[in-house]
Design a protein around this ligand. Sequence first.
Ligand SMILES: [Fe+2]
Ligand SMILES: [Fe+2]
Length: 128
Amino acid sequence: MEELTLGVATMDETHADFLRQLDAVKQATGSAFIEGFAALVEHTEAHFAMEEEMMRSLAFYGQQEHLDEHETLLSEMRYFLQKARKLPPFGRSYIDDYAYEKFRRHIINIDSQLAMFLKSLETEAAHG
Ligand SMILES: [Fe+2]
Ligand SMILES: [Fe+2]
């Protein structure tokens, strides 16, 4: 889990929260599974909105690619949640086998670019 740390506190805390919630959903059964899954989708909506707000306000050069990936990840999650409400095993395989890898890749490939950009701004500000 250490490899997922980007060095930007707001992002790292949000990602750690996500991974904790994901673990909780993995442990959950019955209606708690669906409720936890729904809470994970809400958490992800807030998580992505936070990053998107930072990118917009700082006119981050890579924002379009990042926005597109958020859109893809969220629609996929919502799709599996909807399916899981009717057929829980469907959501189970997404949560157990896919979600971590999807988010890990997003953090390493995409969030890392935003983090690097944010850190470069901090460095510039620090050196006036
Ligand atoms: Fe993120
Ligand atoms: Fe992101």
